[in-house]
Design a protein around this ligand. Structure first.
Ligand SMILES: [Zn+2]
Length: 333
């Protein structure tokens, strides 16, 4: 699938790495900022052919890996930092890797060497009554992910409002938790561009993911969907000409897409409520009533979505836990 080409903006180039047949993400977008030395926003997955693709496109815009002095990672998922180490090796010099403090643990050797399918995930699966064959599919998928990145340990961390100055650009960090606790967006005020990572994507509604590793959270009361909606509200205030997302096409109508996301989540929340109202069941068994279609092996994502919407229903006193299980049972109110 082709995407519309990105608008011409001085000192900002997009490298849209195709993710053919890999997922519904279409592309992994890497942004190149500055006149040199340059900064990258995200580094793409270590997908076969990805390194050569990035190299070739960097050359086309007149740069080489050695011109990169910094890579800002919008969040700690492998499709955003996977190639970073390869790029540093090719550059033959130190490149500064930067990530928000709350996502730093995700990209470390320790995290990626631990069993990526840990006891927290097992507990969640028992809690929702996921059958063993589905758990197997998920485990395979997780181990496939792991080969798409090299871990990063020497990383600088940033917080909300941090500013980056470069040759020909200026960026302000906006902490936009929800897709992950340490997700950031970056705003270029002069060019009015918002780099949105996976917080805003044109062709899909990004998942505010259920956080299985509650032990890693700074805020023990973190709820991803609430954080996600609050983060959207933060972005509403900005004067934005173009949104440059982590995947797929650029976006012109930021308020429009924020309104559509808000509606989408309200509707999904109502579907979860309706399914529980119809019959009290473990959550795995309501998937088909909440989603029209779930790709094979994506049951974990479906459950994750149900969990974050259920959390919101509980906050709003529209649902309650009636038996902690496992499997847990919830009732619509
Ligand atoms: Zn992503």
């Amino acid at each position: 699938m082709e995407i519309a080409s990105f608008p011409e903006v001085e000192n900002i180039h997009a490298i849209a790495l195709p993710l053919l047949g890999y997922s519904n993400l279409i592309t992994a977008n890497i942004y190149v900022l500055g006149k040199g030395p340059i900064t990258l926003i995200d580094a793409g997955p270590k997908f076969p052919g990805a390194f050569d693709f990035v190299k070739e496109h960097l050359h086309k815009i007149g740069f080489d890996f050695a011109d990169i002095d910094r890579i800002i990672i919008t969040h700690g998922h492998i499709d955003h930092f996977g190639l970073a180490k390869n790029i540093q090796e090719a550059a033959g010099k130190q490149i500064e890797f930067v990530i928000h403090s709350e996502d730093k643990w995700r990209i470390s050797t320790q995290t990626l060497n631990e069993n990526i399918w840990g006891k927290e995930s097992q507990e969640l699966m028992a809690m929702v009554d996921m059958p063993a064959y589905e758990v197997e599919k998920m485990k395979n998928r997780f181990s496939f992910f792991k080969v798409l990145c090299d871990p990063l340990d020497e990383v600088s961390t940033i917080e909300d409002n941090h500013e980056f100055q470069g040759n020909g650009f200026h960026l302000k960090v906006i902490h936009t938790p929800g897709h992950s606790p340490g997700s950031i967006s970056l705003y270029e005020p002069e060019k009015k561009i918002l780099f949105s990572g996976d917080h805003i994507i044109k062709h899909i509604t990004p998942n505010p993911l259920w956080e299985t590793r509650k032990d890693k959270l700074k805020d023990p009361n973190y709820q991803s969907l609430i954080a996600y909606m609050d983060s959207l509200n933060k972005l509403k205030q900005l004067d934005v000409r173009y949104v440059f997302p982590g995947h797929g096409e650029y976006i012109e109508d930021l308020p429009g897409i924020i309104a559509s996301y808000t509606l989408h989540h309200r509707e999904r929340m109502d579907l979860v409520w309706l399914a529980l109202k119809k019959e009290v069941r473990p959550l795995f068994h309501i998937i088909d009533e909440v989603f029209a279609y779930v790709p094979d092996g994506d049951a974990f994502l479906a459950i994750s979505e149900i969990m974050v919407h259920l959390e919101m229903l509980i906050n709003e006193k529209r649902a309650e836990l009636i038996n902690p299980g496992p499997p847990a049972l919830y009732r619509a109110l």
